[in-house]
Ligand binder design. Structure first.
Ligand code: ATP
Ligand code: MG
Length: 701
């Protein structure tokens, strides 16, 4: 694509943002205004027109999937090979950098990367050791992660007394956790960011090298950066360097993971001379959807006002339907999808069903299955989280990094080798006393005859497998994985399904380099799973960030679900829930449905639900309110002033009617007010018809 045509498909504001290539730039713009598009086009422009080498641009995206899309877009725009470019998430690019540079921090470059699951395993191990309440591991892991993403190390935390929510036990666990990671030569996700910042601080010459290398920095979804990420950007991008960040403060939704929307507001101060630009045209949604989304988000007290308009004027009203319970809600969603699909205007992959919490997917899945609608869940337990896959990865990590105690503990008895808990605990103590890795201690115990001959044989078998694997040079990840399943005896101990998954894992490595493959797998998240063709997408609102679909359903619009009950006592958190709702609404291009239910099973208990407070902010004229249950809550909460006058419908969904021409049909929906009351009826041989009630001449049967 030529330079001219690169610019042609952008509007004047977008073009200006693309052509602004000197110094810091903040593009603060609403959903669907082309921020991500501008980032990709700018990358292409820098390569094509400005002749920047691909390796001199650092482009940071929120998910690995988004980086893959960015790579593909840049490639198709420029036709250039960008294999060595630095496009990726903060985590993946930091890991790439640390693999080369980490030595001064006392780690080896073959460090293991621990994901959340490994992190929790290690924290449980430490809690057990301290005889603290092991069941609390998730909360402890979250707290430690939040301290780390704010760059508060264990020593600093210890010295803070009552600061940062100080807790003596937590400090003890944090300290041990960090020293265990180091002993394992392992980094968790927060370390990937935090240690890069530390490295740049301690070694200014390394920082300088990368400041020189990156002639341009591009950042998407800037509003969800945490403190460590922001520090990193300042290190690399301060001093008037070329950095463009794009974001929308209304879409900051990862506070619980340490994201700080204030990074958007501080940018101008911390990057002096920064230019701020706006993009105001939305290309994604109809004006009606935008009006609804805007009405809701504008109630957030601290936001910066922004203009937003769509080139797609008008559009259908958004729909709201209140149902008796979650099963009915799910059936309604499934049936509506089916109806729209049968009309032939949409494919199944045009639909997304969004929800606040994962457990809401169960009833939706069931209803979709009943209607034989294909679907997939985005961000569910990923393939890479399966036990057998994690086991093979743990073997690989141990082969590459023998200090990795977490991986050793995982595989030492997998397949079962009969190495007992007492033996292992003895080895653990010894390792701690001598500051050695578990692997080394086991190996010396075998050599020094420090254990009985029966135990020795078992331990020796394990050590030999790992040493044998480690002594070979493997060109690809697939070669090593094949050897692992054969030599370790793993293949014999798994059933057919698991064996097939292992084969799929090997096949997915596509002859990749060993290290690249392990890093990719370690950094993979459920959100990176590619969407399935011709199938409805189900995901949480958090997972929907950056995506778009012609038809979107947001389910569970109830107090306690959206906004989530844990957020209700805190104004800032309610604001974040409102942003989350806003993110959900702005995913929709053409049709947007809201649903809620009077009764829902939440955390093993049935609860009576009230309509979400956010619905009350939707302008009445923009929304078509459909009632399928007599639940009083919704009418009061969401139809200010209108319900008392509204005549009741003579029909409810599901009842049978006769039409003079089309015969018998089943009522699907009743909606609209007064003279405009309409019914949607499915006539078996005709299809679905929308009829104005007063002209329809229907007879109830
Ligand atoms: P979000 O805030 O949700 O991340 P965004 O600002 O990143 O949204 P994009 O995803 O880049 O927006 O763009 C939204 C949609 O609008 C995409 O389908 C994109 O192709 C389209 N689009 C953006 N700019 C233009 C344009 N100038 N002409 C035509 N379509 C455009
Ligand atoms: Mg985007």
């Amino acid at each position: 694509m030529s330079k001219e045509s690169l610019l042609e498909c952008l509007n004047p504001q977008q073009r200006e943002a693309l052509l602004y290539t000197e110094g810091p730039l903040l593009i603060l713009a609403c959903a669907g205004s082309g921020k991500t598009k501008v980032v990709a086009h700018k990358f292409a422009y820098l390569l094509k027109a400005k002749k920047f080498p691909a390796s001199s641009i650092l482009a940071l995206t929120f998910t690995n999937k988004a980086s893959k899309e960015m790579r593909e877009r840049v490639l198709s725009l420029t036709g250039k090979d960008i294999g060595d470019s630095w496009i990726g998430t903060f985590h993946s690019q930091c890991s790439r950098l640390l693999r080369k540079e980490i030595r001064p921090l006392g780690y080896k470059t073959d460090f293991s990367i621990y994901d959340e699951d490994d992190q929790c395993t290690l924290i449980r191990h430490i809690l057990r050791e301290f005889r603290f309440h092991e069941a609390l591991y998730k909360g402890v892991a979250a707290k430690i992660s939040s301290l780390k993403s704010s760059l508060i190390g264990p020593e600093e935390f210890l010295s803070t007394g009552d600061g940062f929510g100080f807790d003596e036990k937590l400090a003890k666990v944090y300290l041990r956790y960090q020293s265990e990671l180091k002993r394992c030569n392992a980094l968790d996700f927060d370390d990937l960011l935090g240690l890069t910042v530390t490295l740049f601080e301690k070694k200014p010459e390394i920082l300088e090298k990368y400041r020189e290398r990156f002639a341009y920095i591009l950042v998407d979804e800037f509003q969800d950066t945490n403190y460590a990420q922001y520090r990193l950007l300042r290190q690399l991008g301060s001093g008037g360097r070329n950095i463009s960040v794009v974001g929308d403060d209304d879409q900051s939704i990862y506070r619980f993971r340490g994201a700080d929307v204030n990074n958007v507001y501080r940018f101008e101060k911390d990057f002096p001379g920064a230019k701020v630009m706006r993009l105001e045209q939305n290309y994604r949604s109809t004006q009606n959807i935008l009006d609804v989304a805007y009405a809701v988000i504008s109630k957030n007290p601290t936001r910066k006002p922004k203009k937003l308009w769509s080139g797609r004027q008008g559009g259908e009203q958004v729909f709201h339907c209140w149902l008796a319970d979650e099963e009915e809600e799910a059936r309604h969603v499934a049936k509506t999808i089916k109806e729209l699909y049968l009309k032939g205007e949409y494919e199944f992959n045009d639909f997304a069903v969004l929800y606040r919490i994962n457990m809401q997917s169960r009833s939706v899945e069931e209803a979709l299955r009943d209607e034989a609608i294909p679907y997939h869940i985005v961000g569910a337990i990923s393939f890479y989280q399966r036990k057998e896959v994690k086991d093979i990865i743990a073997y690989m990590r141990l082969v590459l990094n023998r200090s990795d105690n977490v991986s050793l503990r995982r595989v030492v008895n997998s397949p079962p080798r009969g190495i007992g808990a007492a033996t292992l605990s003895k080895m653990e103590n010894e390792a701690k006393k001598k500051s050695l890795s578990l692997f080394e201690v086991i190996r010396s115990a075998v050599k020094a005859n420090g254990v009985t001959s029966a135990v020795k044989e078992k331990l020796e078998g394990f050590i030999q497998v790992i040493e044998q694997l480690a002594s070979r040079k493997y060109r690809t990840a697939a070669d090593l994985m094949r050897d692992i399943v054969e030599k370790s005896g793993y293949r014999e101990c798994v059933d057919v399904e698991r064996a097939e998954n292992i084969e799929a894992l090997i096949a997915s490595s596509h002859e990749t380099d060993l290290r690249d493959f392990i890093d990719r797998v370690s950094l993979f998240s459920g959100l990176d799973e590619p969407a399935k063709d011709k199938s409805v997408s189900l995901m949480t609102l958090h997972g929907a960030k950056g995506l778009e679909f012609p038809v979107v359903f947001i389910t569970g619009l109830e107090e306690g679900v959206l906004p989530y009950f844990k957020a209700l006592d805190n104004q800032d958190e309610v604001s974040e829930e409102r942003r989350l709702f806003y993110v959900g609404m702005t995913r929709a291009k053409e049709i947007l449905w809201f649903t809620g239910a009077s009764r829902r099973k939440l955390y093993a208990k049935f609860q009576d639900q009230q309509a979400s407070r956010f619905l009350a902010d939707i302008p009445k004229k923009c929304c078509c309110w459909i009632e399928k249950t007599k639940a009083p809550q919704v009418s009061r909460a969401v139809r200010p002033g209108s319900d008392s006058k509204k005549p009741a419908f003579p029909y409810v969904a599901g009842c049978r009617v006769r039409h003079p021409k089309w015969g018998v049909g089943v009522v699907r929906d009743c909606y609209g007010d007064g003279e405009e009351q309409k019914v949607m009826v499915n006539f078996p041989n005709i299809g679905i018809k929308k009829l104005v009630l007063r002209f329809a001449n229907l007879e109830k049967i």
